[in-house]
Design a protein around this ligand. Structure first.
Ligand SMILES: [Zn+2]
Length: 353
């Protein structure tokens, strides 16, 4: 060990370096990466880049994922949904507002365009904002509420109030009216029906239905034309989330405001997503059943429970990604961005829920 004997009187950090270099070199010579470093790829590794790996060019968006453009000078698009009801979107987020005889009801205020929400409302009315409805507590959908000003009545499900009390975020003022299961907001000649169907995406996430306009708004359940956001839309109860997506399909809407991405949704979009999620569940379930728990791991790691689990879940996920790619990679926008996440999330849910 000449490197070590030369550095014996050097500072401790240099001794550590000198020890590490020959150890790494020896491992490399045997074709084994240093502990904790990436080794040779798994057999049948998918072409879709795994989580955390740079991608030069993502798969082109299918036509189904494209929506009408957003005016770049305004920073939003206003879309009429029926008498007095409008969607506002920046082609990433979506919210609504409803105009009645003496005011405006705003549903959600995503911070990505909340500063321009009043301008969007001013395009159709000079009436004041009297009510604000929160779809759920997540800051990315209501974190612009505080910037709207005034003192609107704020309506949300009781769980949303509980979560917002905990978060104590001045950007998300506390609801002033809460409900458990159902709430009907009647303002002038307009009507919004709010309902709660339990935990899925997040406790307190509600369905908002405008019966005259046949428009349903429910956020973070369906992603029309797109892959759901990562890890099944970071849903806290995946079986509950899956059940609520099926419930959406039974409701009598024509237009779905889903809170995300480029366009309104339809029943056909809900069915495509159910079809994808059924495929995902089958692929993850099949991979869990057919993947051996221990295969090719260094025997020295056999006492490391997390190493065994990490290696197993990676092999399950890669089989799941391989099963889904032929059918879905060119059908859902952003498939390649999040398919690994979806496989990991579904396999974990199937193991523990
Ligand atoms: Zn959310």
């Amino acid at each position: 060990m000449p490197a070590l004997s030369r550095s014996i009187s050097a500072p401790a950090s240099l001794i550590a370096l000198a020890l590490a270099v020959p150890a790494g070199a020896a491992l490399a010579a045997e074709g084994v990466a240093a502990p904790g470093h990436a080794g040779a790829p798994f057999a049948r590794m998918p072409d879709i880049a795994p989580i955390g790996v740079h991608v030069d060019k993502y798969i082109d968006l299918p036509d189904a994922a494209k929506g009408p453009p957003v005016d770049s000078a305004k920073g939003y698009r206003l879309e009429t949904l029926g008498r007095g009801l409008y969607m506002v979107t920046d082609n990433g987020y979506q919210s609504m507002f409803m105009v009645y005889e003496s005011g405006v009801v705003v549903v959600d205020a995503p911070p990505s365009y909340a500063a321009r929400l009043k301008q969007a409302i001013a395009e159709v009315t000079s009436l004041p904002i009297t009510h604000l409805v929160y779809s759920h507590a997540h800051a990315d959908h209501i974190g612009g509420a505080g910037s709207l000003g005034g003192h609107p009545v704020i309506i949300a499900q009781a769980e949303t109030l509980r979560l917002l009390r905990r978060d104590a975020d001045p950007a998300r003022p506390l609801p002033t009216v809460t409900f458990e299961d159902q709430y009907v907001l009647k303002v002038g000649s307009q009507r919004l029906e709010l309902s709660y169907h339990g935990n899925g995406h997040e406790p307190g996430n509600i369905f908002i239905y405008a019966p005259e306009q046949k428009t349903l708004m429910v956020v973070d359940l369906v992603f029309p034309g797109w892959m759901p956001f990562r890890r099944l839309a970071v849903s806290q109860d995946i079986p509950g989330w899956l059940a609520q997506i099926r419930l959406v399909d039974t409701l009598p809407f024509d237009k779905l405001v889903s809170g995300h991405v480029t366009r309104l949704g339809t029943h056909a979009d809900v069915r495509v997503q159910i079809d994808f999620l059924d495929d995902l569940k089958a692929a993850a379930g099949n991979a869990l059943k057919t993947t051996p728990f221990v295969a090719g791991i260094d025997p020295a790691d056999s006492g490391n429970a997390w190493a065994l689990t990490d290696d197993y879940t990676a092999r399950v996920a890669l089989q799941c990604v391989n099963a889904l790619t032929p059918r879905w990679s060119h059908r859902l926008g952003g498939f390649d961005a999040f398919v690994w996440d979806q496989c990991y999330a579904m396999e974990q849910s199937l193991r523990v829920d």
